[in-house]
Ligand binder design. Structure first.
Ligand code: SAH
Length: 249
């Protein structure tokens, strides 16, 4: 039962590769895949690349070539929900593609051919992932990002949105979020890959779960907050969360 651990950026993945036992690097479709054992469990570590198409290709290779049993995404995202702050952690229950619009033929945001606007994550795997995040936040808080006001990082669970756009302006963030919220889709965070992986995993019947640490607020400061977070804390989050998750599987 091999678990695929997907990251978007090398900085998010580096800690995991460093801990891999019996590591074997395989190149396929212009991508590097790392097979091995992490905390005693068989894994494949992969980079999704940035954006939905790159992520869909990686997910397809994981299904077709590596025949993985499940896919877990760990990465960073911009927080758009109320109270979702830098350093907080969001576990996706489901995903929406915020840049999909085939209306009026189909409901806005719905990928034609799929039952609804929301692409669900696997409930059982997601529960394991939430448990792992909670254990991290309870136990290793000092190693995590603590807010300037002393508030510890918090776990949020719910809807995430993906699209081919780095959201780096408050106005764009509102234009993306407000119509979704008005339609009953209270989106917590925005990133660029997860919904594509969710879609491919639905196609292949592969359980999928995703966790994103909030690197920025998808606002006018995002271009400063994002690289800082990536360089300092992102890989530590991935490392802790994946360790707790693999132990629980
Ligand atoms: N030039 C950058 C590009 C990163 S794009 C680099 O290579 O370092 C941002 C990445 O972080 C994407 O993988 C996306 O999933 C996530 N992300 C973080 N904050 C985001 C935001 N505000 N909007 C969209 N994606 C965001």
């Amino acid at each position: 039962m091999t678990t695929a651990i997907l990251s978007a950026l090398p900085e998010e993945q580096s800690g995991l590769v460093g801990r891999l036992d019996h590591a074997r690097r395989v190149t396929h479709a212009g991508r590097a895949f790392w097979e091995g054992e992490l905390h005693g469990k068989p894994v494949v570590l992969a980079l999704s690349g940035i954006g939905k198409v790159a992520a869909a290709t990686t997910a397809t290779v994981l299904a077709e070539r590596f025949r993985v049993a499940r896919v877990v995404f760990t990465g960073v995202a911009g927080g758009v929900g109320e109270g979702v702050r830098v350093g907080d952690v969001v576990v996706a229950r489901d995903y929406v593609q915020h840049d999909m619009d085939a209306s009026p033929l189909f409901e806005r945001w719905r990928v034609p051919g799929y039952p609804g606007v929301r692409l669900p994550c696997d409930a059982a795997l997601t529960a394991h992932l939430s448990g792992a995040v909670s254990a991290c936040l309870a136990g290793e808080i000092t190693d995590f990002h603590t807010h300037a006001d002393g508030r510890p990082p918090r776990l949020h669970e719910g809807l995430m949105a993906s699209g081919d756009r780095f959201v780096t302006c408050a106005q764009v963030s509102r234009a993306l979020r407000d119509p979704l919220v008005a339609a009953g889709h209270d989106v917590l965070a925005v990133e660029m890959e997860g919904a594509a992986v969710a879609q491919v995993c639905l196609d292949y019947g592969m359980p999928f779960a995703a966790v994103r640490t909030i690197s920025d607020r998808a606002d006018d400061d995002a271009h400063v907050d994002f690289p800082l977070f990536i360089q300092t804390v992102a890989s530590r989050y991935a490392d802790h969360i994946v360790r707790h998750l693999l132990k629980s599987l």
